[in-house]
Design a protein around this ligand. Structure first.
Ligand SMILES: CC(C)(COP(=O)(O)OP(=O)(O)OC[C@H]1O[C@@H](n2cnc3c(N)ncnc32)[C@H](O)[C@@H]1OP(=O)(O)O)[C@@H](O)C(=O)NCCC(=O)NCCS
Length: 215
């Protein structure tokens, strides 16, 4: 990780509260810890999760108590739709978390609530919005733009000048050729290849090699 703050006001803070206690929260917690932070609490609105432990941290709730901690929070939920909903439930400062093994060029801008996972690579002049996910070993080449609440799944690769609209999703192991666009809430399925300078319209789901509309 570079010494730049990537424009994030709460980059890898010392103490963090996670919102959401599913499988994705386990990896977010591991990422916070790898970056030298402490996960103080994990909050969930599902009362059945109370008393569970994630990497040694007790699960509590509800999410509405988050402001009482006075700490930066992360919505640790993999679903783009659920992450957007939960981010609107509480008024808290949002942490930005970057795993120490991620390679992030100092020109990259990262929004609040965004998490960059282990082994990912973000090349010069990439811009990532708020509450986005750059998952394990994903790569974003030069000048890429990820909208708020968007996600690039593990092992997916984006060529230069690729943009994802708000809530868009690139599935596990997919490849997106240079200059392509995903509209808001568009999905590219896992393992797919999107041809050069192709646009997926908002809300559509594409998949295959080469990718075509599937619904
Ligand atoms: C693309 C995707 C979202 C579609 O899921 P879905 O809406 O449930 O759609 P279905 O599984 O019913 O498939 C619909 C059609 O798309 C095709 N399809 C689904 N996923 C595909 C993919 N990745 N590549 C090519 N075609 C795909 C199916 O074969 C099916 O075709 P058919 O109608 O001719 O039979 C899903 O398959 C996918 O790839 N999700 C990515 C998951 C992921 O990366 N998770 C990461 C977690 S960290």
């Amino acid at each position: 990780m570079s010494e730049s703050s990537f424009g994030a006001p709460h980059l890898n803070p010392a103490r963090v509260v996670l919102l959401g206690a599913g499988g994705h929260a386990k990896v977010v917690a591991a990422t916070v810890m790898a970056a030298g932070g402490e996960v103080v609490a994990i909050l969930d609105d599902d009362p059945d999760r109370a008393g569970e432990r994630i990497l040694g941290v007790a699960v509590g709730g509800p999410i509405a108590v988050a402001p009482g901690y006075g700490l930066p929070c992360v919505v640790a939920i993999g679903s783009n739709v659920a992450r957007r909903r939960v981010s609107g439930l509480v008024a808290v400062p949002w942490a930005t978390i970057v795993h120490p093994t991620a390679i992030v060029h100092r020109s990259v801008r990262l929004g609040e609530g965004t998490v960059v996972f282990a082994g990912s690579v973000l090349q010069p002049d990439v811009t990532v919005g708020r509450h986005a996910i750059v998952n394990t070993s994903a790569s974003l080449d030069h000048d890429g733009v990820l909208g708020d609440f968007s996600q690039v799944a593990p092992g997916a690769h984006l060529g230069g000048d690729v943009s994802l609209g708000e809530g868009a999703f690139v599935g596990i192991g997919a490849s997106v050729h240079q200059g392509s666009r995903l509209g808001a809430d568009a999905t590219l399925g896992g393992g797919s290849f999107l041809r050069r300078a192709t646009t997926i319209p908002p809300g559509e789901v594409w998949g295959g090699v080469p990718a075509k509309r599937v619904r």
